[in-house]
Design a protein around this ligand. Structure first.
Ligand code: X2X
Length: 343
């Protein structure tokens, strides 16, 4: 009798231990490692910013929160447009993601990809740091993530292996690799190009083999990825769109942390994002053109457009702008236009 009761007790202990293991993490449970997703690695401002955030979090939480960066969108097998869904589902704990890659799930993020909406960095800041940025973060918060800071991939310049691009006519028939949302297909189709969507992982081999003629990405990406080695000899500075980055945490993960640790993670995100934006902007403007010089030294010919030339691209994409402004939400687009005008 005694023995049987003892056996039952032991069995019960094992059962609850096993049960305990399969229960979801309680608020007191921290993971050994949190998975942070990015598309680009540490050689790029984007991946550098993510690593910086992870390091600052480790420091500020005395190692209670350990974050590992998974570049190449590897947690979703490189399929960067699935990143946000995986983040909501908890497959990814934390992310530094581009508005472009998350725009298939959050249509308002297409705002930043409206052709020629933002003329300069000040315009981009007026959006991310103003009421538009707040509205977008509110939308993210409704979708199971906690948004903490705005970073930057950058103004996306167009390159190709065939010829200098100065007018929409020059783009006619060029096979262009584009990302993310159907808005990019619409823009390049309106310009007479032949756009095809693919992930960043697939884009580089496609350029190397000549399966595509060109692509569009910020100068920091062009340079770090050494796109001159995959035939990209012609680069046009047209600044037609810019993609900001968002530093976010899955809501369940966030809620599992103490208030002090949440504060530390938020402060770390703001600091890392600020430093990351500075890196994304380094060397690409009149005051500091070191990066641009490096690209040219690699044999890339760079076309800078006059206002009139830029105007021709704007005109050719005006219909796409109008159509997509309605899809994104006329009110949000109007606010963005007002805030840019007032910058
Ligand atoms: O795929 C791209 O072009 C990249 C790296 O810029 C993004 O993830 C948006």
């Amino acid at each position: 009798m005694q023995k049987r009761r003892f056996t039952a007790l032991i069995a019960g202990m094992f059962a609850s231990a096993a049960l305990g293991l399969s229960l979801p993490a309680t608020s007191a449970t921290y993971k050994d490692e949190y998975k942070l997703s990015t598309v680009l690695g540490e050689a790029y401002p984007w991946g550098w910013g993510a690593k910086r955030w992870a390091d600052l979090v480790a420091e500020k939480t005395q190692g209670r929160i350990k974050i590992k960066v998974y570049p190449g969108a590897s947690l979703v097998s490189g399929d960067q447009t699935k990143e946000f869904t995986a983040l909501r589902q908890g497959v990814i704990d934390i992310a530094v993601g581009s508005t472009i890659n998350w725009s298939p799930q959050i249509k308002e993020l297409n705002l930043f990809a409206l052709p020629f909406l933002m003329p300069d960095h000040k315009a981009l800041d007026a959006l991310t740091q103003g009421r538009v940025g707040k509205k977008v973060f509110d939308l993210l918060a409704e979708r199971d993530v906690v948004p903490l800071a705005w970073g930057e991939n950058g103004f996306r310049e167009v390159s190709n292996s065939k010829k200098p691009i100065r007018s929409p006519e020059d783009l006619k028939g060029l096979k262009m690799r584009v990302v993310g949302s159907p808005l990019f297909l619409a823009t390049f189709t309106a310009l007479g190009a032949n756009p095809t969507q693919m992930s960043w992982a697939d884009a580089q081999p496609a350029m190397a083999t000549g399966a595509v003629d060109g692509q569009e990405n910020p100068l920091a990406v062009f340079n770090a990825a050494k796109l001159h080695t995959v035939g990209q000899k012609h680069l046009t500075l047209w600044g037609y769109v810019a993609d900001p980055l968002m530093f976010v945490v899955n809501k369940n993960v966030w809620n599992s942390w103490s208030a002090d640790d949440q504060k530390a993670v938020r402060e770390a995100a703001l600091q890392a994002a600020k430093e990351e934006v500075a890196r994304a902007r380094a060397g690409i403007s009149a005051g500091d053109d070191a990066l641009l010089k490096e690209i040219q030294a690699n044999g890339v010919s760079v076309v800078t457009l006059t206002d009139a030339e830029r105007g021709a691209f704007r005109k050719a994409t005006a219909g796409v702008y109008k159509e997509w402004a309605d899809k994104i939400g006329a009110d949000l687009v109007k606010q963005a236009e007002e805030d840019i005008a007032r910058r």
